[in-house]
Design a protein around this ligand. Structure first.
Ligand code: TXA
Ligand code: MG
Length: 451
């Protein structure tokens, strides 16, 4: 019985990986299915309203999914198999959006090669149309099918793909306008592509037999969701289906890299799940086509006027990662800019109390590393109702990364009036953490422990 549950999932996934000829056949079948679905939708006039859908949440067990050497998913749990098949039908036959777990954050997916399906992503999230989407793939073959004919993948990319895919690294490639709809790239000449490592994400893409465009599954401007319940609270009623695969291990979005410049440098447009130090190390150890490419981090190592103006650098142009309550950054490591006042925890408490507009006690969310030195000086004050959310220790930035968005969303749900987050050092995942925190925080206080 148990053996019978070990299904070779769906012929799509299997054949897709094996042979381009069969891939063509499957693409044709999917196109036919979509045409039939469109015809049947036309009969159902007037169309069902898209805003007040009842949102189904289907559980998936990531540990029940494995992949063979060709990337074909094998799914042992019948519940998980049924959930992923249902999601695939939503995507392929109904051209709907589906939220699914990735190792970074939950994504809001739709068929990447269908402009009308991808348009639903923008509508569901309230995303500005000039902010391009990442295309998610499940195999190297799928990558090749998206690139311009005859395109040679740069050597540095080959090294990065070998070491970090599947995983939280997004690479920019030239866009072939005949293959990638312009809605995906917001008219950019490049397309961002990544192969997620989360078994549910990879299996969903393989079974759907098509790349999925997927931004983080949050309303535009909000923190990214790392649990299915975050998606449900934010977008419930606006999409039909959420696959619940538990919490996301990485907790922050992928690192977005542009290696297409003539100087051969690797430009990190958005720090993320793959630390810059790891990219540097892997290139140092494995790049053997001449000088090892430099790794440059946007705003730390280079500035580009075009990037500042266009929304191509994630989170540059638009408000980002902000819960509905104000967030303040407590600077405890970096030096204050000249002329900026440095305050003690006591001064901070006074300032918080002055901001109390009624006699009801202020609820303050406090996110600090587990070994923070400022907590005691704050939470002993009984006039304030403290809600603590502990991040990782200073030595474990990956734990803080994993907990950051969950902390913001948990404290928001708890109804706090304000959230204070303590600074972490910008090493490894710390670079991505501070990138998000600076964007989420409206204001920073420089704190000193010496009175
Ligand atoms: O980990 C992730 O990357 C998650 C999961 C779901 O995969 N996705 C994600 O997508 O964070 P999103 O849309 O929230 O952020 C992707 C960012 C966008 O802000 C966009 O500016 C940037 O990637 N991007 C997409 N295409 C680009 C392009 N052609 N050039 C430059 N930046 C691009
Ligand atoms: Mg996002």
């Amino acid at each position: 019985m148990r053996a019978s549950l070990i299904c070779l999932v769906h012929h799509h996934g299997k054949n897709f990986v094996h042979s381009p000829a069969v891939h063509y056949h499957i693409t044709l079948m999917n196109t036919l299915k979509r045409c039939l679905a469109t015809i049947s939708r036309l009969w159902q006039w007037p169309p069902a309203p898209t805003l007040s859908l009842s949102t189904q949440v289907l559980k998936c067990d990531p540990s029940s999914i494995s992949f063979d050497a060709d990337g074909v998913p094998l799914i042992k749990s019948s519940e998980t198999l049924a959930a992923i098949r249902t999601a695939s039908r939503h995507l392929v036959e109904d051209l709907q959006t589906v939220a699914f777990p990735t190792e970074t954050v939950y994504g809001l997916g739709a068929l990447a090669l269908d402009a009308s399906a991808s348009a639903r992503i923008f509508a569901t999230k309230g995303r500005p149309p000039d902010n391009p989407l990442i295309v998610h793939i499940s195999s190297q073959y799928m990558l090749l099918s998206l690139l311009p004919a005859g395109y040679t993948i740069p050597s540095a990319y080959r090294v990065l793909i070998e070491h970090f895919w599947p995983g939280p690294l997004t690479l920019l490639f030239p866009r072939d306008p005949a293959k990638i709809p312009s809605i995906i790239t917001a008219g950019q000449p490049t397309v961002a592509i990544r192969m997620p490592s989360h078994p549910v994400a990879r299996a969903l893409i393989a079974i759907s037999g098509s790349p999925l465009a997927a931004p983080s599954a949050n309303s535009s401007g909000k923190p990214s969701p790392t649990r299915a319940e975050h998606v449900l609270r934010d977008l419930g009623g606006k999409l039909g289906l959420i696959l619940d695969g538990g919490f996301c291990d990485v907790g922050l979005e992928s690192t977005v890299v542009d290696g297409l410049h003539e100087d051969g440098s690797i430009r990190v447009l958005r720090p993320g799940g793959v630390p810059v130090e790891d990219i540097e190390r892997v290139l140092q150890q494995n790049f053997n086509q001449g000088a090892v490419p430099k790794v440059l981090v946007h705003r730390r190592d280079f500035l580009d006027e075009d990037i500042e103006q266009a929304p191509t650098t994630p989170g540059m142009k638009y408000r980002h990662y902000s819960p509905s309550v104000p967030v303040k950054l407590l600077r405890t490591i970096s030096k204050p800019p000249p002329g900026v006042e440095v305050i003690t925890p006591l001064d901070l408490l006074d300032s918080l109390k002055r901001s109390m507009t009624s006699c009801k006690s202020l609820k303050v969310g406090l996110m600090t590393p587990s070994d923070s030195s400022i907590v005691e000086g704050l939470v002993n004050d009984a006039e304030i109702q403290w809600h603590q959310y502990v991040l990782g220790s200073s030595a474990e930035p990956a734990v803080t990364a994993q907990r950051l968005f969950d902390g913001l969303l948990t404290l928001e749900k708890a109804g706090v009036d304000i959230i204070l987050i303590e600074e972490v050092s910008e090493d490894r995942e710390g670079l991505a953490i501070m990138n998000r925190v600076k964007k989420a925080a409206g204001e920073a206080y420089w704190i000193t422990m010496s009175a």
